[in-house]
Design a protein around this ligand. Sequence first.
Ligand SMILES: C[S@@+](CC[C@H](N)C(=O)[O-])C[C@H]1O[C@@H](n2cnc3c(N)ncnc32)[C@H](O)[C@@H]1O
Length: 200
Amino acid sequence: MTDDWNDYADGWDDNSDVRRYASCAFTTLDEHLDIRGKNWRSKRVLDFGCGTGLLAEKIAPHVEEVVAVDTSENMIAVLQEKQLQNVRAVHGDILAGGVPELENGFSEFDLICASSVCAFLPDYNGAVAVLAGLLNKGGHFVQWDWQASDDDGFGLTLKQMKAALEAARLGSIRAERIFEFKSDEQVMPVLIGAGIRNTE
Ligand SMILES: C[S@@+](CC[C@H](N)C(=O)[O-])C[C@H]1O[C@@H](n2cnc3c(N)ncnc32)[C@H](O)[C@@H]1O
């Protein structure tokens, strides 16, 4: 195992669990927001921690543009090779303000998604606050993460998720178990966390 995401880029899309996670994320996003509905056709979406774009490529046909950003150069290279029409693939760390080419127009998203990203970040609460600030008023933040069994376990607990969404001053907060992965040995639940940037 390595902790460099670049090492996972080749073959990421061949992993059936990874593909299934993205499919479940998209299905539950559609149930949550009706993303395939006509109201979304003029909307801009940020896929934060997009990897090779497995979620971005499902969202893109239904919206105006998906900006897909990731700190892994190799993940972004795989996404760029797909040449998706309305997906702008960007390598950089927006949490550190390290994406100069995006300073113009890199805010005012109608939706920010983070699929299996937040639990890997060193400062999850800080990240949600930064991302919430990139939303349009009334814009949606939606994340999916493995559910941790306790505060020290891998993933996020429901309590940690609710606290971060509240601290980012998002409204209409939702945090719950949404799907799960089963193997012979264990069940791995996944949480959805969502909120809306207040309009005032
Ligand atoms: C488990 S992968 C998920 C990838 C993709 N969302 C998917 O579901 O296939 C986590 C991704 O988060 C990215 N990541 C980690 N920290 C990041 C950060 N600060 N900004 C953007 N992406 C980040 C990694 O490079 C990696 O591609």
